[in-house]
Design a protein around this ligand. Sequence first.
Ligand SMILES: Cc1cc2nc3c(=O)[nH]c(=O)nc-3n(C[C@H](O)[C@H](O)[C@H](O)COP(=O)(O)OP(=O)(O)OC[C@H]3O[C@@H](n4cnc5c(N)ncnc54)[C@H](O)[C@@H]3O)c2cc1C
Length: 191
Amino acid sequence: MVRYEYYKPGTIPEAIGLMGRFNNEAAYIAGGTDVMVLLRQKKLMPKALISLRNIKELAAFDGYIIGACVTHSQIERDDRIKKRLSALHDAVCNLGSVQIRNVATIGGNVCNAAPSADTACPLLVLDAESLIVGPGAERRVAMDDFFVGPGRTVLAKGEILKGFMMPAFGEATGSAYIKHTRRNAMDLPII
Ligand SMILES: Cc1cc2nc3c(=O)[nH]c(=O)nc-3n(C[C@H](O)[C@H](O)[C@H](O)COP(=O)(O)OP(=O)(O)OC[C@H]3O[C@@H](n4cnc5c(N)ncnc54)[C@H](O)[C@@H]3O)c2cc1C
């Protein structure tokens, strides 16, 4: 069994500092539902794991700002999201199982950059902006520019996705997300 050093920093600068200490060869972990699979398959062999779950800023959630460590279950239960950003609500309601939704985060879903990521389409369609923090500065990147290919994003080594800014829409607007899968049981979308 491979053993990893595990860190649980309380602030973003602390997490970025730790990543620097490991020359960017550690891995950030949020809910771990993607990371743990990769570790088990030995497709990911980081020098250490840096958990983001103790960082309060990443848990911010007021309906307009959605922190990267907000779980799919939190979004599913939120009436503001259900009413104003229904495509995102639809997407998380059908993501994985209850157990997955309870721990997996919206940030992890997006940073993994799988073409099948359920929250990617709603965030793109709803014109969300990502908030990214690096060793030197913070920047905003429109979700339109966030993905650069399958499994690839604009995040530079060591950078942390802090969350998303969601635009305010008028009362008379709405959106929907329909997931097309091969089977009815838990499955990733093909369209
Ligand atoms: C049984 C099962 C079913 C699933 N079903 C679905 C499904 O139906 N739809 C779907 O879209 N996905 C599904 N997934 C995939 C996964 O659950 C989601 O992608 C989930 O949202 C990942 O979030 P996480 O917090 O667990 O990410 P983690 O595994 O913690 O991290 C994923 C990646 O993002 C990086 N990362 C995480 N947070 C940050 C951050 N804030 N800043 C920078 N980097 C970060 C990590 O380093 C890692 O590279 C499933 C997975 C499993 C195991």
